[in-house]
Write a protein that binds this ligand. Structure first.
Ligand SMILES: NC(=O)c1ccc[n+]([C@@H]2O[C@H](COP(=O)([O-])OP(=O)(O)OC[C@H]3O[C@@H](n4cnc5c(N)ncnc54)[C@H](OP(=O)(O)O)[C@@H]3O)[C@@H](O)[C@H]2O)c1
Length: 307
């Protein structure tokens, strides 16, 4: 795929930004659909920026005029206030309809690893419901299903390092023997862009080359950042209560009950040969100086600073 007009939902966000940067570098014209205007963001001048929420279907379709591939990252990490999974599903349905009307050829849709309609958590069930909407959209589609994302400025790995740098005790859910297979955001973006070509109707896991037990991941980060924190296995409810207390301090939602369930069920692990190339153990060691120096805030990013 070279020199096309493409669209990315949320190009000022995390995965969306990595996607937009790789697409621009490959010579594409990039439209973004977003709640933001990109004020003060260096990417803004390089993108065509349109609204994603609160616009009529014909306006959304006009924003997608001439677009070959739509890369969709639009989603919620957790429901909050008026932001619900039902609302995001309805907005996604409108987006799919607009894409069909505009003649978009393909959607590369970022879903989540192990998405099934009978999953234990509402997040994963809602992601599976959106996959069903995409399948019946009339567009060519490919699903890319990431495990746990990391990279510069990520939230979960960075904030784990933040906690290990500062807290005397780090409460690990259970004994930490469940597995994770983190994938670097640049790997995810590359996998998505590759998925714009080739066969339609594929479901691709996006997972890194290393599978670690969670306690190994914690120890990897603990050693890399020179933490003296004592890592203690704790019941899930205690971890959740501690995360809520910490949340008051950092003005954020640190971890949700559903995220603990997904993590401890080893859900964030793929059974396919890995497509990611970056090794998290190398990346953590190489980025140890900056990792966890500052809190990465979900509420700051996606609720408070919408510019
Ligand atoms: N992070 C992970 O570890 C992980 C793991 C598995 C799957 N995924 C999936 O990967 C995709 C990208 O995730 P990401 O972590 O890179 O997310 P992100 O950038 O924080 O969010 C993706 C986009 O969704 C929109 N969004 C986020 N929160 C919103 C809110 N409260 N209300 C309305 N819109 C909101 C944002 O669009 P604007 O702000 O531009 O309007 C944002 O650019 C998502 O579909 C996610 O479900 C992520």
């Amino acid at each position: 795929m070279t020199g096309h007009r493409v669209a990315v939902t949320g190009a000022f966000g995390y995965t969306g930004r990595a996607l937009a940067e790789q697409l621009l570098a490959a010579g594409h014209e990039v439209v973004t659909l977003t709640r933001r205007r990109g004020v003060g963001d260096p990417l803004q001048a390089r993108l065509i920026v349109h609204a994603i929420e609160g616009v009529a279907g014909n306006v959304l379709a006009a924003s997608l005029e001439g677009v070959d591939t739509l890369f969709n990252t639009y989603w919620l990490r957790f429901p909050r206030g008026t932001e619900t999974f039902e609302g995001v599903l309805a907005n996604s349905a409108a987006l799919l309809e607009a894409a069909r009307t505009a003649g978009v050829r393909r959607i590369v849709h970022v879903s989540v690893i192990n998405a099934t309609l009978d999953a234990e958590t509402p997040y994963v069930r809602a992601k599976a419901a959106l996959e069903a909407l995409v399948r019946s959209s009339g567009l060519e589609w490919v699903f890319v299903r990431p495990t746990l994302l990391y990279g510069p400025g990520d939230i979960l790995i960075n904030n784990l390092a933040w906690a290990l740098r500062r807290l005397p005790i780090y409460g690990m859910p259970g004994r930490g023997r469940y597995t994770v297979q983190p994938v670097h955001v640049d790997d995810l973006a590359r996998i998505c862009i590759d998925a714009a070509d080739g066969e339609s109707g594929r479901v691709l896991d996006a997972a890194g080359p290393e599978i670690l037990q969670y306690r190994e991941l914690v120890n990897l980060i603990r050693t890399a950042v020179g933490s003296r924190s004592i890592v203690l296995p704790m019941p899930h409810e205690v971890v959740l209560a501690a995360a809520r207390l910490l949340g008051l301090l950092v003005r954020d939602v640190v971890l949700t009950r559903d995220e603990i369930r997904e993590l401890t069920a080893s859900l964030l692990t793929s059974s396919e040969p890995p497509r990611g190339l970056f090794r998290i153990s190398d990346w953590v060691r190489e980025n140890a100086d900056s990792l966890g120096r500052r809190w990465s805030g979900e509420l700051a990013r996606n609720y408070r600073n919408i510019r």
